[in-house]
Every structure is written in structure tokens, then in C-alpha cells.
Design a protein around this ligand. Sequence first.
Ligand SMILES: Cc1ncc(COP(=O)(O)O)c(C=O)c1O
Length: 351
Amino acid sequence: MDRKWLRSTVTDLQLYYNPNIQGSPLRMDTNTNPLGENPACKQALKECLDMDLEQYPSTYGDKLRQELANFYNLHRDNFVVGNGSDEVLDILFKTFMEPGGNVVMAYPAYSLHGWFAIVNGGGAVEVDLKPNFQLDVDAMLRAKGNLVIVCTPNNPTSNTFKKDDVLRLVEESKRPVVVDEAYGEFAGESFIPLVDKYPNLIVTRTFSKAYALAGMRIGYAVSNKEMTLAMQKVKIPYSLNKVAEHIGVKALQDQEFVRKTVSVVNSERKRLEKGLTDLGFHVFPSEANFILFRCPRDSAETVKRLAVKHVLIRDFGKKRMLENCARTTIGTREQNDELLLRLGEVMKEWL
Ligand SMILES: Cc1ncc(COP(=O)(O)O)c(C=O)c1O
């Protein structure tokens, strides 16, 4: 293919993380829910057998938006729902970033934030986090761009940002500020209650993590009604399919599962942190369902050797500021024990 055929914005793009999965390894590489299937799912899927699938879903996913409104005590029009929070993030860039414009984002952060900017014909101005992985608010305020995005807890560093720092960004930015709360349930703190207070605040969340529905692809944005109306005009109509919408509604009604997930993750976090430290890894403080740690030896090789033992974690060691770092999901007790056992073997066998 002639590279000239490609849009200039996409010529340097790489494929996304796409591991070659052999058999059924222990997946601790994608920050999904360790408890397995959401119990609301099976019954909800049975109910879907009687759905009129020859008809389109509602244009904007109204049932799920209403259920979210009930849950958060807001209005349906405060919500935009989509095919994973990745779709919702894409909508945000299409709505608020000029072609040729920029997003201001922290570094290191969720890599797709910068990718959305590029595929939508813009660029990313990355502002380094401070050495303690907190926001450099002054530098972010100075940086030029059409919108600002931060994710807290931050992926992959796993810490939350100070609430006052994020609020200062919102109050002083004079442009849309997106707070990606994909892991918000684990941190127990949210900016959602503030969406009607600030004209420029948008919060995104997902059903992929605490709700164990990554395979269903459900996410949402919350903001004031003027901002969500602009976003709805950009969103691909019907993008949330009927089955996903129904399961999302039922999952939201089952908060017991979310509570249990958060409780398992919180108690296992301490154990896993200790286990990793005992094996000689440097652990960074986590408030999410994953842990970032620095390896005493080459992280890519560590991750590769662990994969041979059927445990997958994610390497970040080639990234600036994350040299020799890897990230693991926090699993159940059994999963964490297996991870620690195999990591211990890897380190021992390394001559
Ligand atoms: C920070 C962050 N935002 C958004 C997403 C995307 O989530 P979803 O599965 O809802 O598209 C992820 C997924 O890992 C993430 O880590």
C-alpha cells in the first residue's frame, strides 16, 4: 500500500496492545474484575432472548441514562452512554478539540488519551507528572490546548491525584476538563456530584472494571446538560447495543457485587504489595485495582518469563519515567498467590 494514501495523522500509528494468547493464562494485564462474571449478567442475558432485535436500540441509550440518573440523583440528560468509555472519550475529542488542536494531558497516563487526539486530527501536549506522580497543575494550566484530560486513579501509575489539584484545573482552565474515572469505584471518591456546579467539568466512567463487564463495552460521560447535548450530536446514533444496555441497567441495580469487588481488591492490595516488596520489587502506592512496580531486573524480560508460566502482566518499562516498571491487576487471593509464586520462580531461575 502506498503510504501517501494514508491520512497524515495516522501514518505513525501503532497497533494497540494485542497479546498472542495461548491456552487460558491468568490475565492480570488488563485491570479487569478478578471476581469473574457479574452475577446480574446471566439472568439479564436470558431476558435478552425475547428482545426485538430487528429494531434499533433507542438512539441515545435512554434506559441506561435514566438508571444512571436514578443512581447518581441527577437528570437523564446529564449522561451520554456509549460503547465503552473509550467511545465516550472519542466523542469528547470530536466535540471539543479543533482539527489541528491539542489536548493537554498528564504523562504518564492512559495512552489512548493521546491516541484519540491523533486519530481525531489533533495532538497531545503531555505535561510530566511530578516525581511523586502528582499533577503539575501550574504547567497544565500554562499548556495550550482545547481541552484538558486527567485520569484519577491514574493508569498506569495507580495513584489518585489530590482533589484540590483537579479542582484547580477545573476552576482555572477556562476550557473543558475531562476527569477519567475508569477506576473511580476503587478510590471511593468522585467528581460526578460537581458536574452541575462547573460549566466545563466532564467525568467519564466505565462498566468494564468494578462491574466486570469489559466484554459488553459500556461506558458513560457525566456533565451539565449543555455539554452532554453537544456530545450527543457527535455520538454515533445507536452505538450502545440493546443487549449491552439491558445488562448495564441490571448491573447498576446490583451494587452488592460492586461493593464485594471493591472490598476484595482493597484487602488483597495490601497482601499483594507486601508479597511484591518481599520479592524485591519496588511498589508504588495504589488506590486502584492494579499496582505499578519497578523490577530489579529488565521488566520486559520479567514479563516475558512470567508469561511462559501462564501469568500475564503488562510491561511499561520502555516508557520514560517508568523504566523497568510493570503493572499487575489486583486479583483474588488465589490469583495473587499464583502471581507471586510464579514471579518468585522467575527471579530465582534468573542466573
Ligand atoms: C484510564 C482508562 N480510561 C478508559 C478505559 C477504557 O475503558 P472501557 O473499557 O470502558 O473502554 C481504560 C481501560 O483500561 C482506562 O484504563
